[in-house]
Design a protein around this ligand. Structure first.
Ligand SMILES: [Zn+2]
Length: 116
């Protein structure tokens, strides 16, 4: 399973510091360099009337009932269950089925609309 790769349309915003950040600021950690919280990432989806905010979390941080985006232009999907076995994460995704990831892989988790 590929990692979540940043898209050129992405914007980054720290809701804690209330400021926009650049890809260089957040690169690799996807966290605010000032407060170390995950930044909101703007997700523009052609089929959606409003843009969404996601956090790019580690697979090891994924939990059941999270809502994730596997591929850009795909629908957001519900996570039914998550199980860790060694370095691997096994998730059961609604409408997708089983998903195997490395614990350090990244994945986009929905946090709400983009209102920044
Ligand atoms: Zn911050």
């Amino acid at each position: 399973m590929p990692k979540s790769i940043p898209h050129s349309s992405e914007e980054y915003y720290c809701t804690n510091c209330k400021k926009f950040l650049t890809l260089l600021d957040v690169n690799l950690s996807w966290k605010c360099p000032t407060c170390s919280k995950y930044t909101h990432i703007r997700i523009i989806n052609a089929d959606s009337t409003i843009d969404q905010s996601c956090e790019r979390i580690l697979a090891s941080e994924l939990r059941s009932d999270d809502i994730i985006l596997l591929h850009r232009n795909d629908d957001f999907k519900d996570v039914f269950s998550v199980r860790q076995d060694g370095d691997n994460i096994f998730a059961n995704i609604k409408g997708h089925g089983g998903l195997k990831m490395h614990k350090d892989d990244t994945i986009l988790k929905l946090v709400g609309g983009w209102y920044h």
